[in-house]
Design a protein around this ligand. Sequence first.
Ligand code: 6PG
Length: 231
Amino acid sequence: MTKFTEFSGAAALNAQFADEIARTLKQGIGARGYASLVVSGGRTPLGLFEALTQQTIPWNNVTITLADERWVGPEDDASNEKLVREHLLKGHAAQANFIGLKNDKATPFDGAAETERALQAIARPFDVVILGMGDDGHTASLFPGAENLYPALAMDSGRVCMGMTPLTAPLDRITLTLPALLNSRHIYLHLTGSGKREVYERAMQGQDVNEMPVRSVLHQAQVPVDVYWTA
Ligand SMILES: O=C(O)[C@H](O)[C@@H](O)[C@H](O)[C@H](O)COP(=O)(O)O
């Protein structure tokens, strides 16, 4: 259930994407009184975040969290929470509720249980999940070859988040597990550039999720996945 859409440029992609997310969140609020949005870090979503801050929806009924987080403090430049607070939780979206994934435990492995408790405040399924993808085929912090990858992909783990030590990136992270990511109504994979297009095509052609964990999101029939790409 993966649909690929090419956009003429980042401005067109971000404008349509922000409108679509706003419309979906508004529908969720209308139906249930609340809505949830899971976002990713990285450079790709910055323009989308800015576009979302201009959307006039009842952001005070929206709860935002992260698909993953580097295990650093929120003042650290590597922090996804810092990125979200600087680029998304402003303008109209400043009214949104935010639940971060980092806590004061020494490692994400020690901190995962506390993070899971914090995330209980967000009703499931998530309304919108926005994922990115690395050149190594990771998504969220589900990294190829990582020791904890298969436990984080296991659909029967009962876990919402887990610590992860990437082999292909710095810093220990905490990531939403695959079952947590798939406990959602709509997933978007947001990609830019020819390099990411090639990685995406390779991910679609193969099946090995240890090689490219993004395949566990692309090759599933539980949740609709829209891939939004621009050169
Ligand atoms: O914590 C992170 O880094 C992100 O959650 C990660 O999964 C990101 O989406 C990809 O690494 C793509 O990053 P870019 O958008 O910077 O290419």
